[in-house]
Design a protein around this ligand. Structure first.
Ligand code: ADP
Ligand code: MG
Ligand code: MG
Length: 273
């Protein structure tokens, strides 16, 4: 069986709201590096059945397992295994070596160029589309849950701690457990929301933040009513994409399958005359 003694635990590499993440190496298998995400079990933890089995596991594990069957998406961090040690859960994750958070990249880089933003957004959208195909709503996409490499700008989505299965039924506002500034306006206004339009809202929020170095909306009031201040240096295509993703009425918002076809992603295509 698998246990923690098989790992040599190294430095603390990250700390989120619920877990500490350590780099570690597996003693036997060629000392492969992994990331150990350690969490203390709590009353609020939710458990979901693993598809095809009846054993309930931590929702974070169940949701990640849906994404691990081949073909996998290179833009989603891999879950190798997990352990329960007394009162703790330990997720054994692929270690994103030489990656940094998108948060740090945005802090360090003044005026990120649209070409760079486009590379990042293509990969984020690929990860999101893959999640929808496997019935997973991530529910907590923000700049500390996205890792990137420099200078190649490869991207990996992490932290499925707020993820939920997508069903026919809409989500309730209370199902949204991610960071408050990522909440889509329909969740605030109607108290229910669907995964795909919520993902499109997130795409708009992330593109805005990459291009401006700050959040589009800081609080619930501005999510519902605030005007977005778009920087004049942005191309018209970029402004259009942000605006269409951040339409408050989800029925009028750009649809998920339309996002990749937006002209901002096809900059070499000449405009129709
Ligand atoms: P939490 O659920 O507590 O927010 P995360 O899964 O987001 O925990 O991890 C916290 C931080 O640890 C991340 O923001 C990131 O900096 C780092 N981290 C998490 N997983 C990895 C990984 N697989 N490889 C490298 N760094 C990671
Ligand atoms: Mg996190
Ligand atoms: Mg989390």
């Amino acid at each position: 069986g698998l246990d923690l003694t098989q790992f040599e635990v190294g430095d603390l590499i990250g700390e989120g709201a619920f877990g500490q993440v350590y780099v570690a190496s597996h003693k036997r298998s060629k000392r492969v590096k992994v990331a150990l995400k350690c969490m203390v079990k709590s009353q609020q933890d939710r458990y979901l059945d693993v598809d095809g089995h009846s054993t309930p596991v931590l929702a974070e594990v169940a949701m990640m397992l849906r994404l691990m069957n081949a073909p996998r998406c290179p833009n989603i961090i891999r879950l190798h295994n997990w352990l329960e040690v007394e009162d703790n859960f330990v997720l054994i994750l692929e270690y994103a070596e030489s990656y940094q958070t998108l948060l740090q990249y945005i802090k360090d880089t003044v005026d990120i160029e649209e070409n760079q933003a486009r590379q990042l957004m293509r990969q984020l959208i690929r990860a999101i589309m893959f999640c929808t195909e496997r019935g997973v709503f991530h529910g907590d996409i923000h700049t500390a849950n996205i890792l990137v490499t420099l200078p190649r700008l490869e991207l990996k989505l992490i932290d499925f701690g707020c993820a939920q299965p997508i069903t026919q039924k809409p989500f309730n506002k209370s199902d949204y457990r991610g960071a408050g500034h990522g909440m889509p306006p329909e969740a605030l206004r109607c108290r229910v929301f669907h995964a795909n339009p919520a993902y499109v809202w997130t795409i708009g929020i992330m593109l805005y933040e990459i291009m401006h170095g700050r959040l589009a909306f800081n609080n619930r009031q501005s999510i519902m009513f605030g005007a977005i201040q778009i920087h004049p240096r942005l191309s018209t295509a970029c402004v259009d994409l942000i605006s269409q993703c951040l339409i408050r009425n989800p029925a009028k918002r750009l649809q998920l399958h339309q996002v990749e076809e937006h002209c901002w992603f096809n900059p070499t295509t000449p405009n129709p005359v």
